[in-house]
Write a protein that binds this ligand. Structure first.
Ligand code: GLN
Length: 206
């Protein structure tokens, strides 16, 4: 589709295909990102769920860590789900020894915060930014946001107030996996930011 935004999905590990399906369903073009060159050609970026320690290590091996950090600091819209949220956090609690993140979100996330007893669960979330209809959210060995800085907008929390979705500037993160729940509204919300940035770049280039 001409004029559709091009969204990269970090394809080192994790549920890449599920994100591609949702993004394509919304009319975006998707590109699998494994190398820095591929990063330069996208209007937005998704960091999928999977295992944050593995994505961290591979991103360093593939020479992607620095380019991703630069892209984040220059305003590229990035959406991280679950492990992706961990990778966007400035601080990781209960990370493995030497685990790093790309950072950018002024938050502290706790990995595997729901413990072994509740490896996965589903919940209906109220997300005012997405309208009245609750979002059916799937949590799989999910992190939580334990602390959020003043510039972080909390988009959703569980009934006990545990923060599970945040936005700060160009960065969006959810503890859960909207890509497996059949509800495309988080991706749609993300794509709106991607399109807004594409439009403002096109306008200033004229
Ligand atoms: N527990 C995983 C991690 O620490 C995240 C799980 C997920 O992405 N579903 O990376």
């Amino acid at each position: 589709m001409a004029g559709s935004p091009r969204v990269g999905v970090i394809a080192l590990q994790g549920d890449v295909r599920e994100h591609e399906r949702v993004l394509q369903g919304l009319g975006a073009e998707t590109v699998r990102v494994r190398r820095a060159e591929e990063l330069g050609r996208v209007d937005g970026l998704v960091i999928p769920g999977g295992e944050s320690t593995v994505i961290d290590k591979l991103s360093r091996q593939f020479g992607l860590q620095q380019p991703i950090r630069e892209a984040i600091s220059t305003g590229l819209p990035v959406y991280g789900t679950c492990a992706g949220l961990i990778l966007l956090a400035d601080r990781i609690i209960d990370g493995t020894e030497g685990q790093q993140s790309f950072g950018g979100l002024d938050i502290a996330v706790r990995r595997n915060a729901f413990g072994r007893q509740t490896e996965s669960f589903e919940a209906e979330l109220t997300v005012p930014a997405l309208g009245e209809e609750p979002v059916h959210a799937t949590f799989i060995r999910a992190p939580i946001v334990e602390r959020a800085g003043a510039d972080v907008e909390v988009l959703a929390a569980l009934s006990d107030r545990t923060i599970v979705a945040v936005r700060q500037g160009n960065l969006l993160g959810t503890s859960f996996h909207p890509e497996v729940g059949g509800d495309a509204r988080f991706h749609e919300y993300f794509l709106r930011h991607v399109l807004a940035r594409v439009r403002s770049a096109t306008a200033s280039a004229r």
